[in-house]
Structure formats: C-alpha cells, structure tokens
Ligand binder design. Sequence first.
Ligand SMILES: Cc1cc2nc3c(=O)[nH]c(=O)nc-3n(C[C@H](O)[C@H](O)[C@H](O)COP(=O)(O)OP(=O)(O)OC[C@H]3O[C@@H](n4cnc5c(N)ncnc54)[C@H](O)[C@@H]3O)c2cc1C
Length: 326
Amino acid sequence: MSNDVLVFVEFADGAPTKAGLQALGAGAALAGQLGGQAVALVIGSGSADLGKHGAARTLVAGGDAVSSYSPDGFARIVSEQAAATGAAAVLASATPMGKDFMARAAAMAKCGLAADCTELKAEGGKPRAVRPVYAGKALQTVEAPGALWATLRPNVFAEISSDGTAAAENVTVSFGPGDLKAVVKEIVAGVKGKLDVAEAEIVVSGGRGLKDPAGEGKQNWENLEKLAETLGAATGASRAVVDAGWRPHGEQVGQTGKTVSPKLYVACGISGAIQHLAGMSGSKVIVAINKDENAPIFKVADFGIVGMVEDVVPALTAALKEAISG
Ligand SMILES: Cc1cc2nc3c(=O)[nH]c(=O)nc-3n(C[C@H](O)[C@H](O)[C@H](O)COP(=O)(O)OP(=O)(O)OC[C@H]3O[C@@H](n4cnc5c(N)ncnc54)[C@H](O)[C@@H]3O)c2cc1C
C-alpha cells in the first residue's frame, strides 16, 4: 500500500463542486500527514487544474460509459483506481452522489466504509476518520485493517488553494455503456436558482412555531424567506413542517433529512428535538429564536433570542439590511 490518498472529486456542470474541492483539501491534508500525495479522480466530462486545490496527480476517466452518472459505473472506476494507486485512504464527499456509490465501491474493494466523517487524521502512520454516531451524541474514531474508505460531510473540511499543477492523466474505463445496470438520464432541479440547504454557508430554518403558511403563518414564512434572502441563505425546515406539507422534503434538516454544517444556522420556531439537532449541531454558529426560554434548541445555540418569530424575524431582517447597506 502507498501513503497516497485517492479523492473522488465531484463535478457538476463541467466544474468541480464546492464539496468535491473540500474533500480534495481534506485528502491533501491527510496525505501530507501520511507522507504521501493526494490523487484526484475525476469521472465524466469537465476539467479544472486540481493542482490548484491540493492534488499532486489528477486521474480522469472519461468516455461514453461515464458521460452520465451511474452508481455501478462510478463505483467500479473508484475501486479500480483505489487498487491501481494502492491508496492508503479513499475519499469522496457525503453528497447524495457520494453516499450513493461509495458503499458499493468499498464493497467491490472488499473494504468497509466510514460514512459522513467530520475529521481525518494520521496516527501511528495510519489514516483514521472521526464520525458522529447516535444522532451526534458521540464521536467514533475509525481505523481500517487495509485502506480507509470514507465519505466526508460537506462544509466541514476546508478547500485548499495552492500554486501546484496536476495535468490530467487519462485512465482506461474497463466497461462500456451496455455493461451498466443503471444510468441517471436526467436531473430535475426542485426550485431553480435556490441554494441547497446541505451546501449553503448560511441556513435559515423554520419550524412549527411559524404556523401554517396557508393560514395564519403566511406572513411568518414570507418573513423567513426575506431573512434568508438578506443573508444570502438557503432555507431549511424541521420535519414537523415537512410532514405537514408546509415545506418540501428537500429542505428537511435532521436525522431523516439533510445534515448541514453551515457557518451560520438560524433556527426560527424550532424546538430543538434530538432528531433535528442531529442534522445541524455541527453548524459553526447557531442562532435560535423561540418564544419558550426552556426550548432545547437554546442548549446548542451560541445566541438565543427569546421572543415571537412574528416580531423578531422582521426586526432582525431590518437590522441586517441596515448593517449591510450602512
Ligand atoms: C425517527 C424520527 C426521525 C425524525 N427526524 C427528524 C428530522 O430529520 N428533522 C426534524 O426536524 N425532526 C425529526 N423528527 C421529529 C422531531 O422529533 C420533532 O418532532 C420535530 O423536530 C419538531 O419540529 P418543530 O421543532 O418544528 O416543532 P415543535 O416541536 O412543535 O416546536 C415548535 C417550537 O416553536 C416554538 N414556537 C411556537 N410559536 C412560536 C412563535 N410564535 N415564536 C417563536 N417560537 C414559537 C415553540 O416554543 C416550540 O419550541 C424525527 C422524529 C423521529 C421519531
């Protein structure tokens, strides 16, 4: 086995995604600790000099068989390149795509997978990954007998800027389009132009305290959207409001929704049930607005405002607008 770290770098619309570059940054930092180098793996079309983001080498698997995403095709390439490079660790970000194919790829390589990791380190010359378990109540450190396979939570690891270059090295794709069991033909965006809650740097979330948007809560949800717009934030939601049909499931934060780690998370009218906290307690700064001073959300909040969302949310938006323009 080498000391190198293989990183699958996800691309969208021909360019590396933020989460993909964060995974590469994490891989480069780990490779540095192991005394190896970060090897970026790009599948499909699109190009970028990933040497500028920490890669010492960039492997590119292109062609008809991978022009669209396919879970078994991508898994096969990652497991083949893991074997070819003899990497000590194989990483991808825990995006829907990474979650979809990495367990499959690890199984092909006869390895386990540490999912949704929040820290990587080298100890005794071996890579280790740290991941939250029991809805974020405990942290587990994982070491593998062979190569460490891991997916990394988006927005936890930093991107790297460097002045290196890593010219593309084409790798052979050992199968054709006809060999694939499933291929994604089309991706339909939910709401065009809206930031995804899992990737946003700022998230403003609403809970049952905002009330029914088809009734007395209409103004509250409009106020929440205005606050999100002012902050350049994505909107999130608790499961209670998603189950009620007030918000789309794609916005749900928590154990059965998305895990977010933004720089700022604003929870409005959310009680802070353990299942909600499981999805957002890794946020860097948490602001909670709740009328109940004993609401559990205040236990994880860095800043808490005890008050009615009807009053606090528009006042906060107005104050932020003034601060931004002034
Ligand atoms: C297996 C399982 C998985 C789950 N997964 C998830 C998940 O992924 N995500 C998730 O969020 N939940 C999840 N839940 C549900 C979770 O247990 C809670 O029921 C849910 O998070 C509650 O949502 P809420 O905070 O919006 O509503 P509530 O618990 O009803 O809280 C509403 C809050 O709003 C406050 N409030 C009311 N009016 C106002 C006002 N005018 N101004 C200010 N504050 C006000 C109240 O004081 C209260 O704290 C899961 C549950 C189970 C059992």
